[in-house]
Write a protein that binds this ligand. Structure first.
Ligand code: ARG
Length: 575
């Protein structure tokens, strides 16, 4: 249990002993200002309202009933009924000392089985910037939840089964019979898709053929399946190359494609029919759910089967909810998908509940994110208006980083500079996305993300490298030395380090990695102030103080490294 949880538990229990209803808690949070101590309890006002009593008086009674003296040397009632808690230095030191030997995070959160649906590109085309946010944010959330001890199941719900594949197969087949080498043709997926699309839109015969191939594919025609398989294989390995470059832990075993649910789709329809939820409109099988209306106020249907028998995106999603509930027995399912699909997921979740596809106790959470915008505030595109290929974007990140590294790290060899530029460039792209609240649209800006100042990856990587350089210069570090608090900067650093787990729990609960970024940025600030106020290697520093400071530097930089690695970002020993 971390310190905040401990204080919260003690004070909440105290409130309940004083007769406050069990739904009310002490709401202990890190203090918003130094004068308010290290933590503040904000829950007494609401508790007093329930008891119809004076909040300041209730706060004083609470402090008489609860003994916080092992942890705090000053606890005071402030303002309308806040409680400010100033922790004891001894207590901070003893907690920090256990971090030196104990690397497993202590947490009170019950272990859960959590499915995370993320990245999930459509395989008909090459991955583009639109898939970046889901991939990066989903990966960070997965890492954090795993670190907290949950069982995380990553599912890459790739789109591999829609009408587009008929068009692609038709094009493949024609090229093949004209004697072309398919693997060559498919080397550039983007061009291949474009060529097929032009024909699909302009040649009625080809269009007809394409539609025919979808039906054949979905009913299991061997020749179609083989061509489709070949295409999917190439497209998937292309995505995997990008995951590898991005340092995202998605592998083949995490792919749970739309096509994987194909055998279940007729059952979805059957099931909905049995429950009397299906209606027909224009020959299609549809569900009308209470509460879902379009802009004109008319009921909004969910189509689960088209008139020609074909199934849709929604049908697959219903099957996957059933699978996650009944086969995987998930406690939580998180969907990292663009905010523009919010209505789709609201409908899916409501229908899944109503039809009994999801166990009532399984939590279904759409974690939406906004659009990536260029610095002109418009959706991020190339100058000619095309979507930007992810691979090109990452090339540019590395090139731009190399220019900076060549200038700033002149003492590194050319090879080292290349390596540093890769780590800094990719880290910058990922971090700038993670550091924003995912709910807002996000302006992609090279100069800001590569800056060595501010809340950026290079700033944190630099902070880490600086600590490592100090630690390398020490002739001896005693891992069992006693931590000391001799300066306010050391104390502030200790308090911050001890907040780490609590921040991770917030990230895991709300799916907001920006909490972790903000925390790391503040931690780097604490580390900087600590170096300014507390000399370490300078002559004349008391040896016991020096050993303690080396350990503070180590704890601080270890926290930066762990935090960045949970965001999927690498550190550098030298920059
Ligand atoms: N392939 C979809 C797209 O690119 C995203 C899939 C998200 N996951 C899901 N279960 N629907 O828009």
């Amino acid at each position: 249990m971390n310190i905040r949880q401990l204080l919260d538990e003690k004070l909440t229990q105290g409130l309940h002993q004083l007769g406050v209803p069990a739904t009310i808690s002490a709401l202990v949070k890190p203090s918003t200002r130094v004068e308010f101590g290290d933590f503040q309890a904000n829950g007494v006002m609401a508790a007093a309202k329930q008891l119809k009593t004076n909040p300041r008086e209730l706060a004083s009674r609470l402090l008489e009933a609860v003994d916080l003296s092992p942890y705090a040397d000053k606890v005071e009632v402030a303002g309308p009924g806040f409680i400010n808690i100033h922790l004891k230095d001894d207590y901070l030191v003893s907690q920090a000392q256990t971090l030196l030997t104990n690397t497993v995070p202590s947490t009170t959160v019950a272990k859960q089985k959590i499915v995370i649906d993320y990245s999930s590109p459509n395989l008909a085309k090459e991955m583009h910037v639109g898939h970046l946010r889901s991939t990066i944010i989903g990966d960070a959330i997965a890492r954090v939840l795993e670190y907290l001890g949950h069982e995380v199941i990553r599912q890459n719900h790739v789109g591999d089964w829609g009408t587009q594949f008929g068009m692609l197969i038709a094009h493949m087949k024609e090229l093949q019979s004209s004697g072309a080498e398919l693997s060559m043709e498919l080397a550039d997926l983007e061009n291949f898709y474009r060529a097929a699309k032009v024909r699909f839109d302009s040649e009625p015969a080809f269009n007809e053929l394409a539609r025919n191939y979808v039906v054949r594919l979905q009913s299991g025609d061997a020749e179609c399946l083989a061509l489709w398989q070949q295409f999917i294989e190439i497209s998937l390995s292309h995505s995997e190359e990008l995951y590898e470059r991005l340092g995202v832990g998605l592998k083949r075993e995490h792919v749970m494609a739309e096509s994987a649910y194909n055998p279940q789709l007729p059952k979805v329809v059957e099931y909905l029919t049995e429950r009397g939820l299906l209606g027909e409109s224009d020959g299609a099988k549809t569900v009308f759910l209470e509460g879902f209306k379009n802009k004109e106020g008319e009921p909004l249907p969910i189509i689960v089967q088209k008139a020609d028998g074909g199934y849709l995106y929604a049908t697959t999603d219903l099957a996957s909810i059933w699978y996650r509930s009944e086969v995987l027995h998930a406690d939580r399912v998180l969907y990292l998908v663009d905010a523009r699909q919010s209505l789709h997921f609201q409908q899916m979740f409501a229908l899944a509940r109503q039809a009994g596809f999801a166990r009532p106790e399984m939590s279904l959470e759409h974690m939406p994110f906004g659009t990536m915008l260029g610095s002109d505030g418009k959706p991020f595109k190339t100058r000619s208006g095309d979507t930007i290929k992810l691979a090109d974007l990452l090339d540019e990140a590395e090139e731009r980083a190399l220019v900076i590294v060549k200038e700033k790290s002149m003492d590194l060899s050319a090879e080292e500079q290349q390596q540093v530029a890769k780590t800094v460039g990719i880290g910058a792209v990922k971090y700038s996305d993670l550091a924003k609240n995912r709910l807002s649209d996000y302006v992609f800006d090279w100069d800001t993300m590569l800056s060595l100042q501010g809340n950026t990856a290079p700033y944190l990587q630099y902070s880490y490298a600086r600590s490592r350089s100090i630690l390398r210069k020490a002739d001896h570090i005693d891992a069992n030395a006693t931590l000391l608090i001799t300066e306010p900067a050391e104390r502030a650093l200790a308090v911050r380090i001890l907040q780490f787990n609590d921040v991770l729990e917030n990230v895991g609960r709300e799916g907001l990695p920006n909490y972790l970024c903000q925390y790391l940025y503040e931690l780097a600030g604490n580390i900087m102030s600590f170096y300014e106020a507390c000399p370490i290697l300078k002559e004349g520093v008391n040896p016991a103080v020096r050993q303690s400071r080396l350990l503070w530097a180590q704890l601080g930089s270890d926290t930066i490294r762990t935090g960045l690695s949970l965001l999927g970002i690498q550190v550098l020993e030298r920059m």
